[in-house]
Write a protein that binds this ligand. Sequence first.
Ligand code: ADP
Ligand code: MG
Length: 250
Amino acid sequence: MDHAIQFDDVSVHYGGKTALRQITLAIPKKQIFGIIGPANSGKTTLLKCINRTLDFTPAARVSGKVVVAGRDVAGFRNVYELRRRVGMVFPLPVGLPLTIYENVAYAPRRAGIHDRAELEVLVEHCLHQAMLWDEVSDRLDMLGTRLSGGQQQRLTLARALSHRPEILCLDEFSIAIDPVTTMKIEDVLLELKEQMTIVLVTNLVQQARRLADRTAFLSAGTLIEEGETEKIFTQPVNRLTERYVNGEFG
Ligand SMILES: Nc1ncnc2c1ncn2[C@@H]1O[C@H](COP(=O)(O)OP(=O)(O)O)[C@@H](O)[C@H]1O
Ligand SMILES: [Mg+2]
């Protein structure tokens, strides 16, 4: 099978500390792939390997290979090209000090789209995709940072989508938003997977169960188990996985 992302024996160390140990994992295309595990198990680090955000962390040492769409990520001479193809949504909305419109138009303009009508269509499309359009269509010139937390997180999602990524990674996206917004975004993700691969890191095991086609369980930097979500939840092979999905530890 043709995979969207492959990790081949990937380890990450921060100084003397091991954050990921020899991860080998293949993520299929156009599915939602869930990553669950307790705090500090290496989930965020795993995402950061995909679009090379770890380049920004001088203490981080990565070994092994990560392949995105058939290419070794280390081989991207233009890392921005890689980051255009891999969108990231972090736990807290990262508000750029820009208007709602400019938050979403920023990346397409940097990619060379300057036609005003074309940009408007694109901005509207991304805001629709993120289920935010109806709430902001009459105030696109307002600063994005003045929106509510849940709206800002959807604006962050619209901005990630404005790159037209092939892969969308979300890191505990619902940690700071209300349940209604969380459910809205969950619906969005189920629609988006028709078009792109979604990697969903979540601290809510039931969210992985609702959304993910396959799920991986990490503990202390080790990939304990990976498989079809239903199997991970009902017939896990590993006792630690079983205890975690049943909420016996956090
Ligand atoms: N920049 C960093 N410098 C040093 N240690 C880090 C850094 N980022 C993460 N770590 C450590 O790496 C381990 C994995 O962290 P992380 O990937 O953030 O886990 P998770 O997202 O599952 O909570 C943790 O022990 C954490 O303390
Ligand atoms: Mg994390």
